[in-house]
Unconditional design. Structure first.
Length: 366
């Protein structure tokens, strides 16, 4: 698989239009034409990560945090970062990152974090983009319906909530008459044909529409494919930061223990009454202090995020919102295996995908 094909797959998970203006993520080092066999998924690109990649013959590193987040004025072997960049280039390792687009993506970090805590009917805390939905209706001979249906689903059609491959199928009789200059898969020239067909209906997001139609046509046996596309007015997929939803009532103290267990935290910081009962939970991976008011406006009782300072804690208290600061790394590492499983599924397990899940900058709490 070429690098550019793998980037397209990542862009389907975390679309480029979800990147915040201040962010600098995406393709960073290497050739998009490079053949990729071994991939490493990591949150950060540090010296330890690059050395691990070299030791394991990695072709491409996909990180969450960009390598070039801030501008650099020179690349010197005498600096830690410069020396690391030399190692990356000398070992022909491609660098690609998905940062705020993976934060904001409907099935990104906060999607995984919300599922981890079994949020009921989760909603986005801070919406940034509403996806337009379309319905595709196509008529397929019964013998090829599974093939066409799977081709469309493989491009992302048929996603409703946490369900994929959602379609509705109706059997009927299709009629057609081949004319001069045609090369029909079924039938003869100037003779009316009747064929058992299946009418397949499914929905697709706007950014996946063209690829879904292309896959549908390529997998369809007919020379001329009969299909319709409808723009939908019903509620569409909403991308954005954080998730909020209900959980079973529990004390804040007990929830803290669950957080430590599920996220593997060695320690957490808590703002709020530990004996208070909470039943509506908000989550936001990474630094989420900017969404305290948004979490409160969604009637959350408690908010799990990281990098909360003294004044953030005071604001949350004034709003009646308890906060669990579960560390930046621990609230984002949950996405690593999610990305791995996504890549394996989209490439039919053709890639060798490794995960670097060691926090090299972990604070020691004494």
């Amino acid at each position: 698989m070429r690098c550019k094909d793998l980037i397209n797959i990542m862009d389907n998970l975390a679309p480029k239009y979800l990147i915040e203006e201040w962010d600098n993520c995406g393709f960073e080092i290497g050739s998009k034409e490079k053949d990729i066999s071994n991939v490493l998924i990591t949150l950060d690109i540090r010296h330890e990560v690059v050395q691990y990649a070299i030791d394991n013959n990695i072709d491409m590193i996909i990180s969450h945090h960009p390598l070039f987040f801030n501008s650099i004025k020179n690349i010197s072997k005498d600096s830690i970062k410069g020396n690391m960049i030399y190692d990356i280039i000398n070992n022909d390792i491609v660098i690609f990152s998905a940062h705020t687009n993976l934060d904001n993506a409907y099935r990104g970090i906060n999607y995984v974090l919300g599922n981890l805590f079994n949020l009921k009917e989760p909603q986005v805390i801070n919406p940034v983009y509403k996806e337009k939905l379309y319905k595709i209706v196509v008529f397929v001979p019964k013998t090829h319906s599974n093939h066409v249906r799977n081709a469309m689903s493989s491009e992302g059609a048929g996603h409703i909530g946490n369900y994929s491959h959602c379609t509705y199928n109706t059997e009927g009789i299709g009629t057609f008459m081949p004319r001069e200059g045609t090369n029909p898969y079924i039938g003869e020239k100037d003779k009316l044909e009747e064929v058992e067909e299946v009418k397949i209906e499914t929905i697709v997001e706007k950014d996946k529409l063209n690829k879904t139609i292309e896959a549908m046509i390529q997998s369809h046996p007919y020379e001329e494919v009969a299909y319709d596309v409808y723009k939908l007015e019903n509620e569409n997929i909403i991308h954005g930061t954080g998730r909020v939803g209900d959980i079973d009532s529990i004390s804040l103290r007990d929830l803290c223990e669950i957080v430590k267990d599920k996220l593997g935290c060695k320690s957490i910081r808590v703002y709020g009454d530990l004996e208070r009962k909470v039943k509506r939970l908000a989550v936001s991976g990474g630094s989420g202090s900017g969404f305290i008011k948004s979490a409160s406006s969604k009637e959350a009782d408690v908010y799990i995020t990281s990098e909360i300072d003294y004044h953030d804690g005071q604001l949350a208290k004034d709003l009646g919102l308890a906060i669990i600061d579960a560390n930046h790394y621990d609230t984002e590492k949950v996405v690593l295996n999610h990305v791995k499983e996504y890549l394996l599924a989209k490439t039919n397990n053709e890639l060798n995908v490794l995960v670097f899940d060691k926090n090299v900058d972990e604070f020691i709490v004494i």
